[in-house]
Each structure stands twice: as structure tokens, then as C-alpha cells.
Design a protein around this ligand. Structure first.
Ligand code: BTN
Length: 252
């Protein structure tokens, strides 16, 4: 995906999931940069097999086909790169300052504003990554049980943003961040940038949960593949590659 080429955009009024459609397109040979956008998803997918609420026009729901020129061990940096791009785009298009919770949740006022799901798919042209992004534009249709943990751009800036403007900005910054990631020293740069944009990178007391297991510890930066280093109570560093991270102590 070149930073200069405008991507091809496929638009749907309603679809099961933009990630699923982007996977189907990738399997059928779609080029890098193909972007699938929908006004509504009937089976929006989230991390850890969760679903993603996708009411019509309440959010920006889209997925991009990537064919990274990166060694496989750096592919886990794609979600971190995508989170940085969302953070850049929200600042540029809405003046919104956000935080990144490992690995790629975008928070505003400690509540979730955007989720990112990067999935890999095997295709006739080799492995591809599908970067799916869901941004809450308005809170109107958020289910009650999510209201204390989720927020929207509208709730924060006081008006519903123009989704098309946010999308255009995002596609530009994704192209830039993606090009940097694939350049010499790009992985280290992306890791440094992620740490600079996330209050979760260092010295944050968190609970890490995966399935029925959980432990509490203090964050100690990232591994070279983007895994989170967490120091547990016995002083040992645990390397977290999956699961949910929750802050135990708000900043400040
Ligand atoms: C998460 O935080 O759990 C990730 C949510 C990702 C949601 C987006 S919406 C567009 C794309 N299509 C999907 O089915 N999921 C992603």
C-alpha cells in the first residue's frame, strides 16, 4: 500500500463484517489497499471472539487488505501501527487526544472509543493481513451495559463528526505509518512511537486476563514483537501476547 496511491473503496449499506468481506476479497486476489466500508454490520467481530456492536451510521466500520513486506515475526506490530494511525487521525480530523491500551484499543477519558481487529488470511498471492477498525461516532446506540466503558467522538467533542472526513484522514495516515513500519528501522520506530502514545507502556498497574486466568502486575514496556512486558508481584517479567489488560489505578 503506497502512501501515494488512493485505495480502492468498496462500500456496503449492510454486511456481515467488513473483516469477513475483506478476507473474501483477499482470497479472491484483491490487491493491497482494498478498503471495505459498511454503514452497518450484522456480525461485527471483536478481539477474543467477541462481537462488535455496529448499528447503522453509529460508527465508522472498515477493513483494509494489507500484504506486508515484513518478516512474519513483525506482523504482530500491525495492530500497534493501526492504533497509532487512529490516534493520529483523530487528532488531525477532530482535535481529539487519545490514549492506546495494549494492544490497540483507543481510549478517550479512560473509555473505549475505537477497537481494532487485525486478522491474517491465506490467499493465492500469499498471506495477507486484514486490519479492521471500528470507531464510535455517536453513543446513541451503545447498549446500556457498555455505556460506562465506552464513549464516542460525539460525546467528547459535542457534535457527531463527519465519518467520511475521519475515514479519508485515517486512510492517509495508515498508508504513512504502514510505509514507515516496512522501512529500515521501522519496527523499532513503531514500538517507540507506540510507547510514546500509550499511558499503558510503562509503570502502569494492570490486571491481565485471559480465559479464566488473571494476574496483576506493573507494565515494563514492549518486546520487539509488540508483546507487553508485565512485572508480577514476585518480580518476574511475564510476556503477554494475548488477553485483556485493565488499568487498576487511574493515572494522576
Ligand atoms: C475489539 O476491540 O474487540 C476489536 C473490534 C474491531 C471492530 C471492527 S469494525 C470493522 C471491522 N469489522 C469487524 O467485523 N470488526 C472490525
Amino acid at each position: 500500500m503506497s502512501a501515494k496511491l488512493p485505495p480502492t473503496i468498496l462500500r456496503f449499506d449492510s454486511i456481515d463484517s467488513t473483516n469477513l468481506e475483506a478476507m473474501r476479497q483477499a482470497r479472491a486476489g484483491a490487491s493491497e489497499g482494498l478498503c471495505v466500508v459498511a454503514r452497518k454490520q450484522t456480525s461485527g467481530r471483536g478481539r477474543l471472539d467477541r462481537s462488535w456492536h455496529s448499528q447503522k451510521d453509529a460508527g465508522l466500520y472498515f477493513s483494509i487488505v494489507l500484504r506486508p513486506a515484513l518478516e512474519m515475526n513483525f506482523w504482530p506490530l500491525l495492530p500497534l501501527m493501526s492504533a497509532l494511525a487512529v490516534s493520529d487521525a483523530l487528532m488531525k480530523s477532530c482535535g481529539l487526544s487519545t490514549d492506546i491500551k495494549w494492544p490497540n484499543d483507543i481510549l478517550a477519558n479512560d473509555r473505549k472509543l475505537c477497537g481494532i481487529l487485525v486478522e491474517t488470511v491465506e490467499t493465492v498471492n500469499g498471506s495477507a493481513a486484514i486490519a479492521g477498525i471500528g470507531i464510535n461516532l455517536t453513543s446513541a446506540s451503545l447498549p446500556n451495559h457498555l455505556r460506562s466503558q465506552a464513549t464516542s467522538i460525539e460525546e467528547i467533542i459535542g457534535r457527531k463528526p463527519n465519518g467520511e472526513e475521519v475515514l479519508t484522514e485515517l486512510l492517509n495516515v495508515i498508508a504513512e505509518r504502514y510505509e514507515v513500519l516496512q522501512s529500515a528501522g521501522g519496527a523499532e520506530h513503531t514500538l517507540r512511537e507506540w510507547c510514546a502514545h500509550s499511558s499503558f507502556a510503562f509503570d502502569r498497574q494492570v490486571r491481565v486476563s485471559l480465559n479464566d486466568d488473571s494476574f496483576v502486575g506493573i507494565t515494563r514496556g514492549l518486546e520487539s514483537d509488540g508483546a507487553l512486558r508485565v512485572e508480577s508481584a514476585d518480580g518476574r517479567i511475564k510476556i503477554v501476547r494475548a488477553g485483556d489488560v485493565t488499568a487498576l489505578r487511574p493515572l494522576g
